[in-house]
Design a protein around this ligand. Structure first.
Ligand SMILES: Cc1cc2nc3c(=O)[nH]c(=O)nc-3n(C[C@H](O)[C@H](O)[C@H](O)COP(=O)(O)O)c2cc1C
Length: 325
């Protein structure tokens, strides 16, 4: 499928940034959107005041479309304030968005819903979203799918009929995007790739770790369940995961349980086995925190400005050298 024509969301470039938790920020979202892609804020854990501020700041940096994500394993406590602040597009993941669809529609915002299986897609098309996001098991972070992206995407596309479907999981290069577009996706969602950018709030030590990681350095586990239980996640294998595995993966009495591995500038702490990943300003044994990353990590070799990355990925996807863009 050629995506050079008008895009359903009026994107000039069919590249979406994934909601990469605390590593999102207005500067990253705006850089992606200003370059022609779709920037994102992860708002699941922001209180109403903080979400409103993030939306207003992003709107001051771009007049283009961006979205806020709510993972519905958590009550979307800041949805109303984010919409009131002018959030132009919302995506929901990890739960049933039915109770929240009217609020999004009444605010006039676009609606996207993430699915990870044909069964979920069948339920979600009934809510008539503006787009779906199909996540495959290659993805970094929490997983809604246990199947390869190519397999689940084919099934979701069949069910979605005229609803555009973005592909997420394991995409790091323009060639990866081209493959997803050729399968019929309306665009590609890149998470780990945007962690390794200039604007991302990922901790410098995590950015450095991403650059040296090999394709086989990730694993799917339920090790880092503090704050978000019962949901598998893909991470870089680190000291915490290795020690837990060596101990036989016990649920109780885990090695180093309760230890502080990260301290935030505001005094908050991250405990070993917590869901938090290291962001800017955290001190401590930050590489023992949860290091979310997709299988895409082996193809990440630099820390470019996010806008340059969007343009480069799109040039690669079109088979053009970067300098030709
Ligand atoms: C650090 C990190 C944080 C994430 N946080 C969220 C989140 O808040 N909500 C969500 O729906 N998905 C989240 N994800 C998953 C992404 O939305 C996306 O599915 C994934 O990054 C795609 O795979 P990739 O990392 O290989 O590009 C996160 C992923 C990463 C790497």
């Amino acid at each position: 499928m050629e995506s050079t024509g008008p895009h359903p969301l009026d994107l000039r470039i069919p590249i979406a940034q994934a909601p990469i938790g605390g590593s999102t920020c207005p500067e990253l979202a705006a850089a992606v959107s200003n370059a022609g892609g779709l920037g994102a804020l992860a708002l699941s854990w922001s209180d109403p005041t903080a979400s409103s501020h993030k939306v207003l700041t992003t709107r001051a940096l771009t007049d283009r479309l961006f979205y806020g994500n709510f993972a519905l394993a958590f009550e979307p406590v800041s949805l109303v304030s984010a919409l009131a602040a002018g959030l132009p597009c919302v995506t929901f993941s990890f739960g049933d968005p039915s109770p929240w669809v009217d609020a999004v529609r009444l605010a006039g915002a676009f609606l996207g819903i993430q699915v990870g299986s044909a069964a979920e897609a069948r339920r979600m098309v009934g809510l008539e979203p503006d787009f779906l996001i199909c996540q495959g098991v290659e993805a970094g972070g929490h997983l809604q799918s246990d199947r390869a992206l190519g397999d689940v995407l084919a099934e979701v596309l069949d069910l979605a009929t005229s609803i555009p479907v973005f592909a997420a999981g394991g995409l790091a290069t323009g060639k990866d995007l081209r493959r997803a577009l050729d399968l019929g996706a309306a665009g590609g969602v890149f998470g780990t790739r945007f962690l390794a950018t200039h604007e991302s709030r990922a901790h410098d030590a995590l950015k450095a770790r991403l650059l040296e990681a090999k394709p086989d350095d990730t694993a799917v586990t339920d090790c880092f369940d503090g704050g978000w239980p019962d949901t598998p996640h893909r991470v870089l294998v680190n000291g915490t995961l290795r020690a837990w595995r060596a101990a036989g993966e016990p649920r109780d009495g885990r090695p180093g349980e309760g230890e502080v591995v990260g301290r935030y500038p505001d005094g908050d702490v991250a405990l070993r086995y917590a869901m938090d990943h290291p962001t800017h300003g955290v001190t401590g044994d930050v590489l023992d925190m949860c290091l979310y990353a997709g299988t895409s990590v082996g193809a990440i070799h630099d820390l470019p400005p996010a806008g340059d990355l969007v343009r480069r990925l799109w040039a690669e996807a079109q088979g053009r050298p970067e300098s030709g863009f």
